[in-house]
Write a protein that binds this ligand. Structure first.
Ligand code: SP5
Ligand code: ZN
Length: 341
């Protein structure tokens, strides 16, 4: 399988995230992508190519223009205030507060963020645009006839909604790729999110639409991040009603429960008549993940890949979460090798 990868991911190297009430070193680190690339090479998955630049247009197909401008200008404006540390928000636009976009970078940071775990750094813009270029280059190759392509995207994307960042995500790489496939002529695209956390950003982007089916299997938001979206009764709106499927599972759910949900999701994708599949591939479902609570073990990721291959669709994988850094490469490549077996 072809892999698309850019070293520019290293430019996103946040210092700290707010977790359990204190600032802790970021779980989302450059070493994650380094480990995945090392496993791709070691297991001889296939060629590794660099992304080509696609500019802002394909990003603006799924993200709000004001949000994109904010991400581009946030660091220069923040550092112009004499701040040489990462930008993190300190409040949110909650119920009954004004919805107007503030003028000051500090206010905009709060307005355009979902949490305090997603630091904007000197290199965030470059890293995030390189990640979306990685997904877009993978989409190009898929349209060129590849059966499957792996976009080794970092920072991840699935928590990034139309107009906010969060959950370590800035641009929604999987959504940008799915939209690109639509814009190049595919009529129906499915996005399946197997990360431990609900893909709130991808759901937000495609919620009113019937041309992109979104499905997510994740820890139940009654107890798990991102708390405010990902319930089973969220089914889409307007024309999109019936084209959004959430499979929330209790934290601690066993492997067989997880695979039952996967089978339900796969059945819906087949029924929909998808012409291509985009997989938001988080491996934080692993039993040893430090911030998640499912039970998958290394061989289960091979099974996941094999099940996905059963759909017989052109498939684009985008890397999302997975915070047990040492085995992350094994788990990701297990999925991809299981797909190809
Ligand atoms: C892409 C992705 O997987 N993003 C996940 C973001 C989750 N951030 C908040 C995690 C909070 C987990 N709390 C567990 C505390 C362990 N002591
Ligand atoms: Zn996750």
């Amino acid at each position: 399988m072809l892999t698309v990868y850019s070293d520019s991911h290293r430019l996103q190297h946040g210092q700290a995230e707010l977790i359990d009430g204190t600032l802790k070193p970021c779980f989302e680190t450059p070493s994650r992508a380094d480990m995945v690339l090392a496993a791709v090479r070691e297991r001889e998955l296939g060629d590794v190519i660099h992304p080509s630049r696609h500019g802002a247009d394909p990003i603006l197909r799924v993200h709000d223009a004001g949000y994109v401008r904010f991400l581009e200008t946030a660091w220069p404006r923040w550092s112009a205030l004499g701040r040489d540390y990462d930008a993190l928000p300190k409040m949110w636009q909650v119920r009954r507060l004004r919805e107007a976009v503030p003028e000051h970078v500090e206010g905009q940071l709060c307005y355009y963020s979902m949490d305090c775990g997603t630091p904007i750094t000197a290199g965030t813009w470059q890293a995030a645009t390189a990640a979306s270029d990685t997904a877009l280059t993978a989409a190009d190759r898929l349209m060129g006839g590849e059966r499957a392509v792996f976009a080794l995207t970092r920072p991840p994307g699935h928590h990034a909604a139309r107009d906010y960042c969060g959950g370590y995500c800035f641009f929604n790489n999987a959504a940008i790729a799915a939209q690109s496939l639509r814009d190049r002529g595919l009529r129906k695209v499915a996005v399946l999110d197997v990360d431990y956390h609900h893909g709130n950003g991808t759901q937000d982007i495609f919620y009113p639409r019937a041309d992109v089916l979104f499905l997510s299997i994740h820890g139940d938001p009654r107890t798990e991040y991102p708390f405010f979206l990902g319930f089973a009764d969220e089914k889409g709106e307007g024309e999109g009603l019936g084209y959004n499927f959430n499979f929330p599972l209790p934290a601690g759910s066993c492997v067989s429960t997880w695979f039952v949900a996967l089978d339900c999701a796969l059945e819906q994708i087949a029924r929909f008549g998808a012409e291509a599949l985009v997989v938001s591939l988080g491996v934080d479902t692993y039993q040893g993940d430090p911030i998640s609570r499912f039970q998958l073990d290394s061989p289960d990721f091979v099974t996941l890949g094999a099940r996905l291959a059963g759909l017989k669709l052109p498939t684009l994988f985008c890397l999302e979460g997975g915070y047990a850094v040492e085995p992350i490469g094994t788990h990701v490549v297990n999925v991809l090798a299981g797909f190809e077996a």
